[in-house]
Design a protein around this ligand. Structure first.
Ligand SMILES: *[C@@H]1O[C@H](CO)[C@@H](O)[C@H](O)[C@H]1NC(C)=O
Ligand SMILES: *[C@@H]1O[C@H](CO)[C@@H](O)[C@H](O)[C@H]1NC(C)=O
Ligand SMILES: *[C@@H]1O[C@H](CO)[C@@H](O)[C@H](O)[C@H]1NC(C)=O
Ligand SMILES: *[C@@H]1O[C@H](CO)[C@@H](O)[C@H](O)[C@H]1NC(C)=O
Ligand SMILES: *[C@@H]1O[C@H](CO)[C@@H](O)[C@H](O)[C@H]1NC(C)=O
Length: 449
């Protein structure tokens, strides 16, 4: 599987190089090959189905009719649904397989704020309940379940969640169910999201869950820093997910790799694996690149590289908790630049809440083989903390070529460690004793450095 992915990437990168003219990315490695290119000969426009982009007309019926047409009048190669310039107000809607949702320049698909009539769907089995309220959860604004070969793209048109009404319900504690994500794909494969701006999501922005072969590239995700839980992209119990060349500025983690919650996630047992994140830049009061805290199905084979995090809470965060079970292993984060962050690197075994009181306190996560290398930070208030669990110490935590500088005139940042072991090479400020072992005694660390 691992070898297969590697060769697909190499093959298609080389193949594509002959006709893809790299403009701003040079010959940088890309997500190409994970989702095949879909050229749609059949093209329809939302205006043919009564769509009106005046910002006032409700377009729910138009989107439903257009997508019904794509689903039932199946054309070989699938169908492109064109959304021209204009503001198209609509309730949430479902996509279908073999379609491209194309947002032209100046096109905005805007969510209504009709929270009372927002459809409810079942909780995800790996969460057992809604993430923030018990029971079901509101369906995402744009939703896909059991689909394949779906593209959301265009000329930087916007998908606007108008989330402020939901954020206020959260603040006022009047939410009955868990808020809707902006775009969610459940149990789907062959998903490509590119060249779209996502704005003001009610909750998480892009949530692929139980999916495989997902590419998210060249997207812009924006929500105010005080908007609650507006994570940028959350690959969840999904495999072969590739995220690149994107800018994210939100109120919660920019990218957070997850895999279910405590006893429900353990029972469901679906890991997130082969997740690539590269050339992502952004700012958030929480973490830039995160794994967790819901990791009960396991998270493995994550590579994050060429990441820029500024004016943020934490640069890189690996977080889990007792009751989670599962594992976090083979995580590599490299080539990270951070500026003006409170904490550079945070590895924690005591983060996040529980779905209910039935979590098993003996279900301890297994964290092993986390490589953090070539990390450069300035104006970092605290270098970081690495706190494993007494009964399940985190092993193979490796820091290499990490330099975190404080704000001029302030005390240099320091590390805080407990229940972790691993190695540290060329780390400034000097690493904590737990990580100071020479590399030849660093177990898996030595192999990777
Ligand atoms: C949309 O998809 C959800 C989840 O699969 C389903 O519960 C709902 O009935 C669908 N809505 C429509 C209008 O088809
Ligand atoms: C689209 O967005 C990308 C990424 O943010 C940006 O680089 C590009 O200039 C935008 N293109 C257009 C046509 O606005
Ligand atoms: C990213 O967006 C820019 C501007 O719209 C475009 O020129 C470029 O080809 C896009 N890159 C990819 C990989 O889609
Ligand atoms: C670890 O993950 C990386 C990145 O996904 C992958 O290339 C590598 O083969 C994995 N290593 C093992 C031993 O599975
Ligand atoms: C150390 O990390 C910095 C910042 O990512 C990078 O520019 C530099 O090349 C790295 N040095 C080595 C020896 O890899």
């Amino acid at each position: 599987m691992l070898r297969a992915l590697g060769s697909v990437l190499l093959c298609c990168f080389l193949l594509e190089a002959s006709f893809w003219i790299p403009i701003s990315y040079g010959d940088a490695i890309t997500c190409s090959g994970i989702v095949p290119m879909s050229y749609r000969n059949d093209r329809i426009s939302i205006t043919e189905f009564g769509g009106v982009g005046d910002g006032k007309t409700l377009n729910t019926k138009a989107f439903q009719k257009a997508i019904y047409r794509i689903q039932h009048l199946r054309r070989g190669g699938g169908t492109l649904l064109y959304v021209p310039s204009g503001v198209y107000l609509t309730d949430s809607f479902n996509l279908t397989s073999h379609m491209t949702l194309f947002l032209a320049q100046g096109a905005v698909i805007k969510a209504t704020q009709d929270t009372l009539n927002w459809p409810l769907i079942a909780p995800l089995p790996s969460y057992g309940r809604g993430r923030e309220r018990p029971g079901g959860r509101y369906m995402s604004f744009i939703h896909g379940d059991g689909l394949e070969d779906v593209v959301i793209t265009g000329e930087n048109g916007t998908i606007d969640g108008q989330g402020d009404i939901w954020w206020n319900m959260w603040r006022q504690r009047t939410l009955e169910f868990t808020r809707p994500s902006l775009v969610e794909f459940v149990d789907s494969r062959g998903i490509l999201i590119s060249n779209v701006i996502f704005r003001n999501s009610p909750f998480w922005n892009i949530h692929p869950v139980y999916c495989s072969n997902v590419v998210i590239r060249n997207v812009t995700i924006l929500a105010p820093p005080d908007s609650p839980n507006t994570d940028g992209i959350d690959p969840d119990s999904s495999s072969n997910v590739c995220i690149e060349d994107s800018f994210i500025s939100t109120g919660d983690d920019l990218v957070a790799v997850k895999s279910g919650w405590d006893e429900y996630g353990i029972a469901y047992g679906r890991p997130s694996s082969y997740i690539t994140i590269r050339r992502v830049t952004g700012t958030t009061p929480f973490a830039g690149i995160a794994v967790g805290s819901e990791t009960s199905g396991g998270v493995e084979n994550v590579l994050a590289e060429n990441i820029v995090v500024y004016n943020s809470g934490v640069g890189v965060s690996i977080k889990t908790n007792i009751g989670r079970g599962g594992f976090i292993k083979n995580i590599t984060v490299s080539e990270v630049f951070m500026e003006n962050v409170r904490t550079g690197i945070k590895v924690s075994g005591a983060t996040g809440d529980h779905p209910d009181n039935n979590f098993n306190p003996n279900a301890l996560p297994n964290v092993n083989n986390v490589i953090l290398k070539n990390i450069w930070g300035v104006k970092v208030q605290r270098a970081g903390s690495m706190q494993g669990l007494k009964d399940s110490p985190f092993t193979g935590i490796c820091l290499s070529n990490v330099s975190l500088q404080g704000t001029a005139g302030l005390r240099p940042p320091t590390w805080k460690c407990s229940d972790v072991n691993g190695a540290a090479i060329e780390v400034s400020p000097l690493p904590c004793a737990e990580l100071a072992s020479p590399p030849q005694q660093g177990g898996s660390c030595a192999i990777h450095l």
